[in-house]
Structure formats: structure tokens, C-alpha cells
Ligand binder design. Structure first.
Ligand code: ADP
Length: 782
């Protein structure tokens, strides 16, 4: 490398470093610097540029200026407004200041100028090293340019053209955005190899920094984008809501829920759930469909009587009084209930069997349950299980289903308004089951005192304590109650009423009740005793008193109408008035044929609606031995008819019947009122009697009714519901009833008023039945 000494004017630079081969412009304002420029213009346009150590110093002295600077050529001068000159220079060589003179007009330096030889003589090793470094630097630098986004083609092109390593180093150094000190350091580095090495490190470093910056930048940008979008949407929503006047409503609604939750003393789980749902409501916006679902749920949750209990009154004496007050008769039912309550009082728990009141409709099962609730000072809820066939109806649907609703138990508790109501499960025998699960299973859990303290409804999803609920159930018949449920219940039978009982119930309870409901005073409408009898006999035919109550109600309404229209102060309801109000009598109790007939027998049946008489008719015709059964008979009844047929065929001789009838006669058994389905085995004796009568052509006594299951050997088996059946037979004007011997014990349960008027014949064998039913078959015929 050659050196050459030169005396040159100097401009101290502020904040910039100039490398050889670099073209740059800067503004010159200081007087001394302008003078130095002028001097240079006179002297080959050559000037020495060295950087000030501290850019802030206005009038630097020797020590304030770096020793190493650049010999440069002035390319252009441009006068700017104000005494500033913009100068374009090109750095040519590095130079070291040997001495500096701070002259009056400008600085002058004597500097040693280094001239880098284009074709330097270097050893092969050094040359290879230089080549390697140069290539690396080129590669890295173009990476750097790419990363920094500065990809202007001319730099990259010019990079490719630079062969000389020293020049490359300076070009790269001038492009990099480096700190003042580092730039100076690079300038002061006279050795090309070292300069390249330094630069390589710097470039690699810069690349890393750029990469990290880029990464951060990307993340920040992503975040910013998301935030910005959300912010934008929210603002938009706010404005829309404001326009619609909803924003305020939403807030008020949420606040209302909050204060409700605070006020209610909810159990922990329920409270947490309520707050969680509320937070969801806030974020979903109440006009979304999700908002609606949440609101419905919250309303239910907050409406349930979580911590409310009524205080039990367990005064047995008072309970008895209340039961007496509300109901006529039903002595044994009342007695059993008092017994049940006493046991509960002593043991102070609700564990144990659950009462099931079984009986025909309208006999006061619901109203007894209501009275029990009144006696115990418990709230009363009633839930009908009729037709429930899906477990979800008891236990609710999961909220994942669209339109999910809570189960009936939870709904009942909402109505109950206390956690210890009396909960009546009505018509437990009318539950069905299908593929969606058995509701009886869910009900078992509800009724089981061991499990029901943690009952969990699928919709509510929070445990609910049902252990303080007193459950009561009702059913019309025991046959269809699922066995496991029946095992947990204490069955109390409520049977139908006799004519006298009905009379008293109407007089003492139903008339005052109906008058009260219509706001009529006792003396304004009077219904005579004969009228009451007329209504019971002529217009109702039921075990209970439900339609009786309806008839009374409609009589009272008609009477009120008459009072209004004819401006009467009072109405006396006599039997003709009853007929005027209700139309002609519907039932005629003398309806059973008073004539003895062949092949027609009155049976006694027990339906879900109480007892009834059930005529059986048999016709015999010449034919080929066909047996036809009509009248909507159930399977059991059909089988019972076939069993009767077989018995008659087997005993034809004894019964004085032509033994070939099964070949030569067609037999048709019909049970009238064909639209009403009938079933059960208790018509067995009736079928046999009708068959024998028809085949032997002996008449059947019209005053006799019968009931009893049969075996093929002719035994008569016991049946259920004797009391109901006897009441029905009596109502139908029968005076003799043939019943199975084994039912003898049940006769004592029949009220004396009926018992006294019926002649009971106990039969162990079919023979006894036939003897007493067929005209001319017995010896004591009247
Ligand atoms: P169920 O539940 O057995 O079908 P309800 O309890 O609905 O019958 O009774 C029907 C109506 O008959 C009610 O108004 C009830 O008060 C009345 N009732 C039934 N039995 C009696 C009775 N023994 N004394 C007074 N009223 C009765």
C-alpha cells in the first residue's frame, strides 16, 4: 500500500463518516467549513473529511477530531437559502492526520494518504482467504438487504461488479446503518482482511437482529390486527345497539340478574352456576339465540325455591280434624293416613314407603292429598304422569338439545315454592315406556329416600335435595304399576261410593262447595233431597262423584240464569226442575232385563272407572263348531271364554247338553257395549253360565249377577274389587250376587246399606254357580 503526504483543507464532520468509494452529500453551515470548501475548490477540489468525536461541539479543536479521515473530491456545490451550502463529495482514500493547524479562516491538515493498490501483491494463502471472506460478505450482505427490504436492484448489481475486496468492504460499510463509533472503527481499519472479518461479524449480527425484529413485528401485527378488528366490530355493535336503544336494556337486565343472585341465598353450586351463566349472557348479547337459551335457564334457576321451607305442623289431632272436615266417609282411608302421619312423626323422617291411593276416578284421591298437605302445612303440587313415556319427561333434556326443557320434577318444585312440599304424583299407573328409557326408573330414583337428596335434572345440571319432599301417589288400578315402584309403596284403597254416601257427599260438600264457587248464598238456590236422589240415579253412573259434581254445577248455573232472567229472589230445585235443567234422565236403573232369558247373563266387572255390570250374550246356531268372540275382548278375557268352552264340552253329559255341539253348532259369544274394551279373567263364570244356558236352552235368572275366574276343572277362583262390583250390581237392580268362596272375607268391607240388600252366594265350584243362576236348575227356586 502506498502512502503519500498531502496538505489539505479540512472539514470536521458531524454525525457522518465517509468511506472511500462512497458518494454522499451533506450540508455545510459553519464559516470555517465554508472557507475550507472554497480553498478546496481552488485546489483540485480535494478536501480532507474527518469526523468530530462529539457532534454537538460548535468550534472543535484538534483533540475533538478523529485522526483518521477520508480524502474526498468535491463533485458539486449547491447554495441553499441562508448561508448553507449543500456539497456532494466522493470519498477516495483513507488518510491519517499528521498535524492540524487551526487557522484563522479554516483548518488545514497535513495527512498521510493511503492508496490501496488495485492489483496488490499478496501471498496465495492470503488471496484465497480474501476471496473466501469476500464471497461470504457478498452473500451475507445480499441476505441482509433482502431481509431489510432494501432490494433496490442497483445495489445488488453493483455488488456483483465489485471485484476488489477493499472496495467491497467500504461499499458494504457505507450501506450499513451503524453507530458512529463502529463506522469510525471500520474506517480506521487499514488492513483489508481484518476489515472484511469485522464486517462479516457485523452483517451476521444485523441479519439476526433483523430476523428477530421481523418475528416480533409479525406477532405484533397479528395481535394488532385482531384487536383492531374486534374493537371495530364492538364499536359497530355498540352503535347499532344504541340506535336500537338496546344497550341500556341489556345492562339493566344483567344488573337485575346480578342483584337477584345476590339477594337469593343460593346454595354454593347453584350460585356459581348462576354467575357463570350470567357471564356467558354478558358476552353473548341477549338478542342472540344463545342469549335466549341462557336467559330461560337463569330464570328457572333463580325461580327454584332453593332455601325456602315451610314449617311443618304435625299435630295429629288437628290433621284428623282437617281430614274429617274435608271428606265425608272414607273412614278407613282417613285412619290409614293418620296412622302413616303418626309413624312419620315419631320417627321424624320421611323415609319409608310412599302412600299410593288407589281407586276409581272421582272418589277424592286428589282431594285427600290436598287435605294432607293442608293438615301438615305444606305447599301442594300435583303432577300427572298419565301418558309419560320418556325418561326425559321426569329428568329433563340435556341442554345440548335444541329446545331442551327441565323435567317435571323440577317444574313441580318451581311451582311448589318450597323445598318441602307435598308432591302428588297422579296416575302413576298410566305411565308407559318406550325406547327412550323407562320413566319408572327415573321415578324410582326420585322416590328413593336414599338417593333423592342428590337428584340431578339433566337440564338443570345442579343437584337438588328432594329428601324433604313428601311424595304421595295415586292410581286407578294396581295392575299396571311397575313392580319395583309398587314394592316401595303403601297401598291405600279408596273404593267407590254407595248411593247413600253419594247423597251425603252431595248434600254436605258438593252443593255448598259449588254454591260457594258461584258466589250464591245457601237460601237463594235450594236443591231438595228428592232432586239429589234424582240426579244421582238418573244422571250419573260412576263410582266417584266427579260427574255428579259437574251436574250440580250445571244445575246451579241454570238456576242462576233463571233467577236473572225472571228476576226471582230464589229457586227451588225439585225433580221436575232437574229434568228441565239437565234434560231427560240418562240412566235408568231398572234397565237390567226383568225377564229371564236364555243365553244372557249379567256379569260384574271392575274397570278403571269403578264397578259395572257386564252382560254376556251367547247364541248357538247350526254350523260346524266355530267359536266366535266379539265385543273388544282382551286376550285374558278371550282365553277365559275358551276355557269355559272347553269346560262345557268336557262336562256336556253332566250338564245335559248334546255332546256333539262342538261339531254341529257354531257358537257366538258377544259382550255388548262393543266399543268399550274389556279384559280380565273374572268373567269366567259368566261365560260358562251363558254357554250352558244357550246350549241347554235353560233360562238365566234376571235378578242374578256373578263374578269369578274359572279353572278347566271347574273351580271358581277369587277376584278383586268385590266392593265396587257389588255397588254396581246393586245400582243395576240386582238382588242376588254369586261370588267366589274365597272372596268371603271381602264381603265384610261392603257397606251395610248395600250388604243388607244383596243376597250373596258363595261358590267354590262352577256347579254351584249354575245351580243358582239357571231357572229350574236348583231345588230352591222361587
Ligand atoms: P280423584 O282424585 O280420586 O279422581 P278428586 O279428588 O278429584 O278425585 O275428587 C273429585 C271431587 O269430589 C272433588 O271435588 C272432591 O272434593 C269431591 N269428593 C270426593 N270424595 C269426597 C268425599 N268423601 N267427601 C267430600 N268430597 C269428596
Amino acid at each position: 500500500m502506498n502512502r503519500e503526504k498531502k496538505v489539505l483543507p479540512l472539514i470536521p464532520l458531524r454525525g457522518i463518516t465517509i468511506f472511500p468509494n462512497m458518494v454522499i452529500h451533506f450540508d455545510v453551515g459553519r464559516e470555517k467549513s465554508i472557507a475550507a470548501l472554497e480553498e478546496a475548490m481552488l485546489n483540485n477540489q480535494q478536501i480532507f473529511l474527518a469526523t468530530q468525536k462529539d457532534a454537538k461541539i460548535e468550534e472543535p479543536v484538534k483533540e475533538d477530531i478523529y485522526e483518521v479521515g477520508t480524502l474526498s473530491t468535491i463533485k458539486q456545490l449547491l447554495k441553499l437559502p441562508g448561508d448553507t451550502i449543500r456539497v456532494l463529495v466522493e470519498g477516495t482514500n483513507r488518510g491519517k492526520i499528521l498535524s492540524l493547524t487551526n487557522g484563522e479562516e479554516f483548518f488545514t491538515v497535513e495527512a498521510e494518504i493511503y492508496i490501496e493498490d488495485e492489483e496488490q501483491e499478496v501471498s496465495e494463502k492470503v488471496s484465497l482467504e480474501l476471496e473466501a471472506l469476500t464471497r461470504s460478505l457478498k452473500d451475507d450482505f445480499s441476505d441482509y438487504l433482502n431481509l431489510s427490504g432494501n432490494t433496490s436492484a442497483d445495489i445488488i448489481l453493483s455488488l456483483d461488479e465489485i471485484e476488489n475486496s477493499a472496495r467491497l468492504a467500504d461499499v458494504v460499510a457505507s450501506y450499513l446503518l451503524l453507530k458512529q463509533e463502529v463506522r469510525q472503527e471500520l474506517l480506521e481499519c487499514f488492513d483489508v482482511k481484518k476489515r472484511l472479518e469485522k464486517l462479516l461479524v457485523i452483517v451476521k449480527n444485523e441479519i439476526e437482529v433483523l430476523k428477530i425484529e421481523k418475528k416480533i413485528g409479525y406477532k405484533v401485527k397479528k395481535k394488532m390486527d385482531k384487536l383492531q378488528k374486534e374493537y371495530y366490530l364492538r364499536e359497530q355493535m355498540k352503535i347499532i345497539q344504541e340506535e336500537l336503544g338496546e344497550d341500556d336494556e341489556d345492562r339493566k337486565e344483567v344488573e337485575a340478574y346480578e342483584s337477584k343472585i345476590k339477594k337469593l341465598k343460593l346454595p354454593k353450586e347453584a350460585k356459581e352456576r348462576a354467575l357463570y351463566e350470567l357471564s356467558r349472557l354478558k358476552s353473548s348479547g341477549s338478542y342472540s339465540s344463545e342469549g335466549n337459551v341462557i336467559r330461560t335457564y337463569l330464570d328457572l334457576l333463580l325461580e327454584l325455591p332453593w332455601n325456602k321451607q315451610t314449617k311443618d305442623a304435625v299435630d295429629i289431632k288437628k290433621a284428623r280434624e282437617i281430614l274429617q272436615e274435608d271428606h265425608y266417609g272414607l273412614e278407613d282411608v282417613k285412619e290409614r293416613i293418620i296412622e302413616y302421619l303418626s309413624v312419620r312423626k315419631v320417627s321424624n323422617t320421611l323415609k319409608g314407603p310412599i302412600i299410593c291411593l288407589v281407586g276409581p276416578p272421582g272418589v277424592g284421591k286428589t282431594s285427600i292429598a290436598r287435605s294432607v298437605a293442608r293438615a301438615l302445612n305444606r305447599n301442594f303440587v300435583r303432577m300427572s304422569l298419565g301418558g309419560v313415556r320418556d325418561e326425559a319427561e321426569i329428568r329433563g333434556h340435556r341442554r345440548t338439545y335444541v329446545g331442551a326443557i327441565p323435567g317435571r320434577i323440577v317444574n313441580g318444585m318451581k311451582q311448589a315454592k318450597s323445598m318441602n312440599p307435598l308432591f302428588l304424583l297422579d296416575e302413576i299407573d298410566k305411565m308407559a315406556n318406550d325406547f327412550k328409557g323407562d320413566p319408572a326408573d327415573a321415578l324410582l330414583e326420585v322416590l328413593d329416600a336414599e338417593q333423592n337428596s342428590t337428584f340431578r335434572d339433566n337440564y338443570l345440571e345442579i343437584e337438588m335435595d328432594l329428601s324433604n319432599v313428601m311424595f304421595l301417589t295415586t292410581a286407578n288400578s294396581l295392575d299396571t304399576i311397575p313392580r319395583p315402584l309398587l314394592d316401595r309403596m303403601e297401598v291405600i284403597e279408596v273404593s267407590g261410593y254407595t248411593y247413600e254416601e253419594k247423597y251425603h257427599i252431595v248434600k254436605k260438600y258438593l252443593i255448598p262447595k259449588q254454591l260457594g264457587e258461584h258466589g250464591i248464598k245457601n237460601n237463594e238456590i235450594k236443591i231438595t233431597d228428592n232432586s239429589i236422589k234424582c240426579i244421582i240415579e238418573g244422571y250419573t253412573r260412576e263410582s266417584g262423584v266427579r260427574s255428579l259434581e259437574r251436574k250440580i254445577g250445571s244445575i246451579i248455573r241454570k238456576a242462576i240464569k233463571e233467577m236473572m232472567e225472571k228476576e226471582k229472589a230464589s229457586v227451588l230445585v225439585t225433580p221436575p226442575v232437574v229434568e228441565k235443567y239437565l234434560g231427560a234422565k240418562v240412566f235408568n236403573y231398572d234397565k237390567v232385563d226383568k225377564e229371564d232369558k236364555v243365553g244372557v247373563v249379567t256379569g260384574m266387572a271392575w274397570t278403571a272407572y269403578g264397578g259395572d255390570t257386564l252382560p254376556v250374550e251367547v247364541m248357538v246356531m247350526d254350523g260346524t263348531g266355530k267359536l266366535e268372540l266379539t265385543g273388544q275382548l282382551g286376550d285374558v278375557m278371550k282365553e277365559s271364554a275358551r276355557a269355559g268352552y272347553t269346560y262345557v264340552r268336557a262336562n256336556a253329559k253332566k250338564l245335559n247338553i248334546d255332546g256333539d255341539f262342538y261339531k254341529s253348532k257354531d257358537i257366538h259369544i258377544h259382550v255388548p257395549e262393543g266399543a268399550v274394551p274389556k279384559d280380565g279373567p273374572s268373567a269366567g263364570v259368566t261365560m260358562i253360565t251363558a254357554l250352558v244356558s244357550a246350549l241347554s236352552e235353560k233360562k238365566v235368572k234376571s235378578n242374578v249377577a256373578m263374578t269369578g275366574e274359572i279353572t278347566l276343572t271347574g273351580r271358581v277362583l277369587p277376584i278383586g274389587g268385590l266392593k265396587e262390583k257389588s255397588l254396581a250390581a246393586y245400582r243395576a237392580g240386582i238382588d242376588t250376587v254369586i261370588v267366589p268362596k274365597e272372596n268371603e272375607k271381602d264381603i265384610s268391607k261392603i257397606p251395610q246399606s248395600i250388604k243388607g240388600k244383596l243376597n250373596f252366594i258363595l261358590a267354590e265350584k262352577v256347579d254351584t254357580v249354575l245351580e243358582n243362576a239357571l231357572v229350574g236348575a236348583d231345588n230352591n227356586e222361587d
